[in-house]
Write a protein that binds this ligand. Sequence first.
Ligand code: PLP
Length: 405
Amino acid sequence: MPAKPLPIDAPAPLSPSTRVLLGPGPSDVHPRVLAALGMPLLGHLDPEFVALMDETQGLLRHVFRTENRLTMAVSGTGSAGMEAVVVNLIEPGDKMLVCVNGVFGGRMVDVAERAGAQVTAIERPWGEVFDPQEVRDAVKKVGPKLVGIVHAETSTGAWQPIEEIAKIAHEGGAMIAIDTVTSLAGVPVEIDAWEIDAVYSGTQKCLSCPPGLAPVSFSDRAAQVIADRKSKVQSWYLDMQMIQRYWGSDRFYHHTAPISMNYALREALALVVEEGLEARHARHLKNHRALKAGLNAMGIGYVTAEGHQLPQLNCVRIPEGIDDLAVRKRLLGEWGIEIGGGLGPFKGQAWRIGLMGQGSRPANVTLLLAALETCLRDLGYSVEPGAALAAASEAYGNAAQAVAR
Ligand SMILES: *Cc1c(COP(=O)(O)O)cnc(C)c1O
């Protein structure tokens, strides 16, 4: 006898609230990207879809600033990109050096260990970045096949300079893989100029697309390392040798591409190109400066080392005596604003305010500053009324004058 289905009432039609997403991702999405998600499905081998994949590869090469042939979007979120890079370049027993100064460097260690790598991790306190010299020492000592490092550490807001570290890896005979999940399309990423062997990103941070795809790119050297593997890639799903036969001219079926997500990414990338990478980076910087001026006027400082603060991820110290959750709940409940809490040692100590992609706008900066000021004053924190908005306004005025000059 087949079991009777459990009784269930049909739920009401889906109707999520409209939020202002100013956390560590996902970020707000442009209406054109949302519209792309609702367009008619094509088959994953339809000539029109195949043309869209080719177009997307070209757009990704533009945004990554690379000519790498092996450039595509892996199905899955940013972590799938991390895993794709690691499992394709690492064979069991290979040595990998990972630089850890936050959650995502730590995640890379875990992924590499699961792939059978002999991992050495070097660490920096959260909020700081690596100095090239300490990476040089570690590369000399370990002699790794691969060095992994996070460009924009979303758990701390730290902006890691990459170029010199890439040189150091190469001098030591190693390849370098970088995490650009939060950096891509927010701050400059130069895959060819920096001679990066492997890179991955995600769609839901500064690309302002829903989560679901992971852009990746491999240099010709890395592609050769993959082609010369002695062992099979540990993950069937993320095996680039098979995936590239679908993205390449063979169009060999591997897994069904998430059609709608690929539409969305295509449209999000088109918006990035329309705006221009330089203009987009400048926009992120301008809004960051205004936010920072406003926060400073309320006595709120950054936990991230000065000079290494990401414009798109502002990790700031919660004022003494202020309850983290009380503020975040109220921001969400009354203003519909989401900001992120701290992770690891910053839990309860820091807020993570994302100004990513579509979310990096003056309207969001002033809305958040005004809302935060209200919350803090109601909690008894002493702030001069309007000081934050005045400081932000002045920062915007200075930016406008600089442009006029
Ligand atoms: C968000 C993020 C990831 C993971 O991406 P998911 O889409 O959450 O899987 C990896 N690295 C960094 C730096 C990130 O910010």
